[in-house]
Design a protein. Structure first.
Length: 160
């Protein structure tokens, strides 16, 4: 279940995604929050340079592996504008991070891309829990659906 606090943190992620898009990158943003509520790390996509592993969720996993104990990782929450791709889900699982809360699901994004005639990417669209069966996830956030759709449309819909 997504709480009011979760929704506020997801709005921060949407803001990071918008910042990425405004900077010429793909619109994805994520934050890592400690059990006690402190934001520990924030990032957005950095794939415009050609390295398509530069997703914010992957960067969170790398940062957490270096800077947090296993217990701190297990109790931290990852908030993200879009549900993890399989690569990021695997990194999340291997590092042992806690709950994931996302604004838009991978299924929503895949549906929108198909509607707009955008060819699927090279990696299968899978729910996080297919990649990491023990992952605790909440999302999508219906309150942010229109905003996320508009952001993705701005980024991915071909101009006609």
């Amino acid at each position: 279940m997504i709480s009011a606090d979760d929704l506020a943190r997801l709005r921060r992620c949407v803001s990071l995604a918008t910042e990425a898009l405004d900077g010429g990158d793909e619109p994805f943003g994520s934050i890592l929050v400690a059990r006690h509520g402190t934001e520990l790390f924030a990032d957005h996509n950095h794939v415009a340079g050609g390295d398509h592993t530069r997703h914010p969720e992957f960067e969170i996993a790398r940062w957490a592996a270096t800077n947090l104990t296993p217990e701190e990782r297990r109790t931290a929450v990852v908030y993200t504008s879009g549900e993890h791709c399989p690569m990021c889900a695997a990194a999340h699982g291997w590092v042992g991070l806690g709950r994931i809360v996302y604004a838009a699901s991978s299924a929503q994004l895949a549906g929108w891309l198909a509607e707009w005639g955008v060819a699927p990417g090279p990696v299968a669209t899978l729910p996080v829990t297919t990649v990491v069966p023990t992952a605790r996830t909440d999302g999508p956030a219906p309150e942010l659906t229109d905003e996320m759709r508009a952001l993705y449309q701005r980024a991915f819909r071909p101009a006609f």
